[in-house]
Design a protein around this ligand. Sequence first.
Ligand SMILES: Nc1ncnc2c1ncn2[C@@H]1O[C@H](COP(=O)(O)OP(=O)(O)O)[C@@H](O)[C@H]1O
Ligand SMILES: [Mg+2]
Length: 365
Amino acid sequence: MRLAEFILINMEQILQGWEDFARNIQPSNRSMDVLELRDHAREILEEIASELATPDGERKLDPQGNTPAEIHADTRALSGFTVDQLLSEFRALRASVLNLWSRREKTATWFEVEDMSRFNAVLDRALAESVARYTEAQRQSQDIFLGVIGHDLRTPLSAINIGATYLMRSEEADAKLIQLGSRMFNSAVRMQEIIDNLLDFVRSRSGAGIPLHRGDVDLGVISDQIVEEFRASNPGAVIRAQVGGDVRGHWDGARIGQVYQNLIGNAIQYGSHTPVSVLTRATDGEVVLSVHNEGTPIPPAMLKNMFDPMRRGMSVSAPLSNRKNLGLGLYIVREIVTAHNGSIEVSSTEVTGTMFTVRLPKRAA
Ligand SMILES: Nc1ncnc2c1ncn2[C@@H]1O[C@H](COP(=O)(O)OP(=O)(O)O)[C@@H](O)[C@H]1O
Ligand SMILES: [Mg+2]
């Protein structure tokens, strides 16, 4: 008998063996009923059997285009399974089929090995589908969680902001209170930035991308304004800004402002007090913005995935508690730049220093 037929004929026994095995590997704090344990195992097995019988046949998908292994993963993610538990279930399914198959009356034939290895291959594919789906579901619920937190923090934060502003500008308050108010205000602004970054991150990861509101923008104006702000809040920093040519274009001004903000902020923060140069110049149909600093170069291994989320430099000199940021800045910068059909690159060496270069087409394609 071929394995496909064997699976279908012995379905009940296989499912029973699987269930016993699965019960044993479940952590003791979770007791599940039989139906929950078996829920999609039968469908996964049926699909495997049909694939073994007709390897080139069409896959059976539900109306939304999901495979049984994906549906199984969705259910497991919802009922709070860990990925280890999901993996164990597949291990159990494999063991259950192969145990029974090896105990059957033997008529050792040429197809035995072939059937077994194909069974393993098809089961592994189901496993991979399940894990991919599970991870995706997990990620989505994390994003929803982050989105809700970020959103809900805005209201209490704006109350803190108003209070701090009041204190800072108060005419009755003495110098100490005014200083306290201004420190609170700066912290609230930082918190606001972190929350905004978090919300942008969640939005861009959900596939929605960064929404753009394009208008006529002069990068010279934006560059001046942001550089002035940085000079005011970092009196020790040397920031050289230069604008060349006609740097007007059709962009989302607030978003491009965020690009300047992040790149200059990083250069000040990580450039170990070396001068920072901000260059904005027009070339054919595009504007090139570069931000340069000296100081310790970024290690080559880190340069490769500089723009991935939550890659912060593991600088030994900065203890965890001193790190104010989430490591989302460059990720969001790249999202904004690509939303504008632009590009960003970085180079960093001991001799030339660290330079981020952004290219922005003046108009939308
Ligand atoms: N101009 C720079 N010079 C040196 N290192 C930098 C520079 N810009 C960014 N980095 C490194 O890249 C990491 C990620 O930057 P970013 O995405 O802005 O996140 P964050 O600033 O929140 O850590 C930083 O933690 C830092 O280690
Ligand atoms: Mg940063």
